[in-house]
Ligand binder design. Structure first.
Ligand SMILES: C[S@@+](CC[C@H](N)C(=O)[O-])C[C@H]1O[C@@H](n2cnc3c(N)ncnc32)[C@H](O)[C@@H]1O
Length: 229
């Protein structure tokens, strides 16, 4: 059991609502940040249970900015938590957030989970995650739910939108895909059931490398074929 699961199951805290397999994924992608002073932006505060969970996991080293549409959430502020009231669907609100808070090391989208909300948030806030930061979008199953604007293979679902990211990180290899800011700032995409974790890193054009002694004749190794004849 990792520390997040331990907190969830054994420590006293306000309500947290997560899928059971999320704890392993968080720990896998966040544990390297544990001893650093970091900023987190969590969209979807609700009862504030996850705010307490981050405080526990990062041993008080994390400052958490929360966003929620419910004004009641403002009550959950403390010396390590600042809450902004507004909708992740509202582009102007997201622009204000960008102007107000520093770039964050971790962004967790656990808000309303509609297609527009998830897509908008990524479009507006991806650049507001640090160059070596982590972007997490949760509850991707809503991409398959009509009530959230999703549907299997539906063009505007978050899943379909994010499939383009696979092309984007390969843009170096195709003249048909332009190398853009996403290509240059995304190290890897990690898809899990209902969760996408994007690990950012400054990327430069990839190159292949070789080392060791060739010992099998093949089409591309003419020199070796000559020797063997
Ligand atoms: C799943 S709960 C968050 C749970 C919390 N992260 C936790 O683990 O304890 C979702 C929250 O998103 C908020 N929400 C819904 N629509 C939103 C929107 N458009 N913008 C911001 N927050 C929204 C809801 O008010 C609710 O508090």
């Amino acid at each position: 059991m990792n520390e997040l699961e331990h907190f969830f199951k054994n420590e006293e805290h306000r309500l947290i609502h997560k899928w059971n397999h999320y704890f392993e994924i968080y720990d896998r992608h966040l544990k390297h940040l544990k001893d650093r002073k970091i900023n987190i932006l969590e969209i979807g505060v609700c009862h504030g249970g996850s705010l307490q969970m981050w405080d526990f996991y990062f041993k008080g080293n994390a400052f958490v900015y929360g966003i929620d549409i419910n004004p009641e959430c403002k009550k959950l502020e403390n010396e390590n938590v600042q809450i902004f009231i507004g909708s992740q669907e509202d582009e102007q609100f997201l622009e204000t957030i960008k102007r107000t808070i520093p770039k964050v090391d971790v962004l967790i989208d656990d808000g309303g989970h509609t297609m527009k909300q998830q897509v908008n948030t990524l479009k507006y806030l991806f650049d507001h995650v640090a160059d070596d930061g982590i972007y997490i979008c949760e509850d991707l199953h809503t991409s398959y739910w009509k009530s959230f604007g999703g549907g299997y293979k539906k063009k505007r679902s978050f899943i379909e939108f994010s499939k383009n990211f696979i092309d984007k990180i390969h843009a170096w290899h195709s003249p048909k895909i332009s190398v853009d800011h996403f290509t240059r700032s995304t190290h890897s995409l990690h898809y899990y059931d209902s969760m996408l974790v994007i690990e950012k890193r400054k990327m430069t054009p990839p190159f292949d490398v070789k080392s060791g002694v060739a010992c099998i004749a093949d089409q591309s190794s003419k020199e070796l074929q000559v020797k063997l004849k």
